[in-house]
Design a binder for this molecule. Sequence first.
Ligand code: ADP
Ligand code: MG
Length: 238
Amino acid sequence: MATVKFRDVRKAFGQVEVLHGVSVDIEEGQFVVLVGPSGCGKSTLLRMLAGLEHITSGEIVIGDRVVNALPPKERDIAMVFQNYALYPHITVAENMGFSLMLKGAPKSDIEAKVRPAAEILGLTHLLDRYPRQLSGGQRQRVAMGRAIVRNPQVFLFDEPLSNLDAKLRVSMRSEIKNLHQRLKTTTVYVTHDQIEAMTMADKIVVMHDGIVEQVGEPLELYDRPANLFVAGFIGSPA
Ligand code: ADP
Ligand code: MG
C-alpha cells in the first residue's frame, strides 16, 4: 500500500494541452474514483500514473518516490483494463501467473500465488480453461487475478466494467469492493458512470475538460457540490 500524489500535473499531446494542472492526494488504502465525461482526461491521468504516458510537467509521487522518470515496471502498480487484455493461447492459470513467469519465478512460487488469488475470485475451477471458454465476468475476474498475484502497492482500474451487461456490472461492483476490503490496496478507479462512483468510492475526484472540479466523499459532493457542473453530473442519472 502507498499514498499517491498528483502535483500540478499537466499533459499536452503536441500543441494541445488536455490536462491543465491536476492536483490530487490519495491516502494509503483508499479507494478513489476518478469520474467525468468521456474525453475529460481520466485515462490519460491513469496512464501517466502507470508510466504508460509521459507527463509534460508537475510531479507524480507514489509513497515517498517521485516516479515521473520511472518505467512502468519499477512503479509497483497493477492495472486492469476494460478489454481485459488476456492472452488467448494460454490458460487462466498461466494468464494469472504471466508476470511472475516473466520475472523468472519458479513454477511452485507462481502456483502458490495464483491459487489463493483464484480462490478469492472464485476462479479455482476455471484455472485450466482458455479465455475464449469464459464469460465476460469471468474474464474480468481473471484480469483482476492477474493484478492481484503481483501484490502491487497500487491498483488501477480503467472502466473495467463497461463491456459487461448492466446486471453483471452491478454485481462486479460489489466484488471489486469486497476485494478492496480484503486486500486494502490503494486503488484508483476510473469510470464515466456517476452511480458507479457514488456506490464504490471512499473519495471521488470529479474531472471535466482536463481539470479537477471537486474532490470529496460521495455524500459531500451530493449535498454540497462546488459548482453547477458537479451538481449536474453527480445529480443526473446514468
Ligand atoms: P477519458 O479517459 O476521460 O475519456 P482521455 O484521457 O482518453 O479521456 O482523453 C483526454 C483527451 O486527450 C481527449 O481529448 C483525447 O482525445 C486526448 N488524447 C488522449 N490520448 C491522446 C493521444 N495519444 N494523442 C492525442 N490526443 C490524445
Ligand atoms: Mg478513458
